[in-house]
Design a protein around this ligand. Sequence first.
Ligand SMILES: *Cc1c(COP(=O)(O)O)cnc(C)c1O
Length: 413
Amino acid sequence: MKPHDLPHTVAELSRYPSAPQVRPLADILPDDPLLMMGAGPVPIPDAVARANSVVINHLGATMSTIISQVKEMARYVFQTRSDWVLGVAGPGSAAMEMAICNLVEPGTKVLCVRNGFFSGRMGEMARRLGAEVVDFDVSANTAASAADIERALDEHRPRCLTIVQGETSNTVFNRELPAIAKAAKARGCLVIVDAVCTLSTMPLEMDAWQIDAVITGGQKGLASIPGVSLIAFSNDAWAAIDARQTLNTHWCLDARLAENFWHKGGYHYTAPVSGVLALHEALRLVCAETLPVRFERHARCSLALQRSIEAMGLPLYTPPQARLNSVIGITVPSGIANTQVCAHISSRYHVEISGSFGLPIVRIGQMGEQCRAHNLFRTVHALGSTMRDLGAKVDLPTGMAELENCLQGAREV
Ligand SMILES: *Cc1c(COP(=O)(O)O)cnc(C)c1O
């Protein structure tokens, strides 16, 4: 086409509304970045940030090497020998939906163990697929009991059970997950576990605990970016997927289509290459640290944070027997709204923490880089000062001293 054949001249297109004039990011983002100590997204290590700035071909030899390393490292992190590890372009909820939509068909009976907001989401997703969902509501502030769930399994005979390892919304830890999974498998029920906030912060042994699908997001325990997630299916789960009678209605999340990319070097959709590279680096750092050392760092930091908050005079929301270490819930003194606390600690101290979904608590994460001594000191100081600024009575020096005492003598954190 010669220039004079162009269909429009600039003048002819003057009918377009004028392009928006916006502020560049540098004017919007704070000069002093906020310390991200909420329930996710969490701070990312430099290696992850650098990887996230690279774009490569989503197919071909380089990507193939990266994908195979991601799968190998993910198998270690999930503690599984299963080959059926796949990445997902999307949030933790997309990985969750991938687990559900591949294992659930219309009419499938699903027992949804509901501790709160996130665990309930799996039941919602199953219901949308036409599954017959039985909600098993666990009372507030308690972990799911294996004995109670065994009875529910006998009563309802579900094909799938969904459960969360750590319920981020109300900071409950389902410590009986191994016994619950075992009871379900003994009854031929597939076990789907949400480990979005817990993976790589505390033990999860997919094979030893007989879990059929584990899902995770990037931006929590793994300390990667949001938007690229991981899922692992057991051989039993994969056999169930292969034996499906109905077509998966989610094209992007169809595990058998995803297999083309994650196992056969072919095309499914254009993979989020930068995010996969970021995930690679996040996993590599987990492997370099090793799971046992990483678990210890998380436990030590989280417990020190819990002790110091209590020593300051602020009550923790969840009792110790059901308390999650990956995300800590703190009851806000009466007369103060959790939204006030979050706004003040952010604007005055540049520390970001989370409110909650209707509960009178604020939440502080202990995932990845959040579990470092320097971040803990800054956070505890900011939290205590915020409470004081808002008129609550707290003993900040005692809280700081308790943090120091708890971390003292620890392996470097
Ligand atoms: C954050 C979270 C999710 C949802 O992850 P998104 O990336 O926001 O979709 C699901 N489950 C748990 C336990 C979580 O902490």
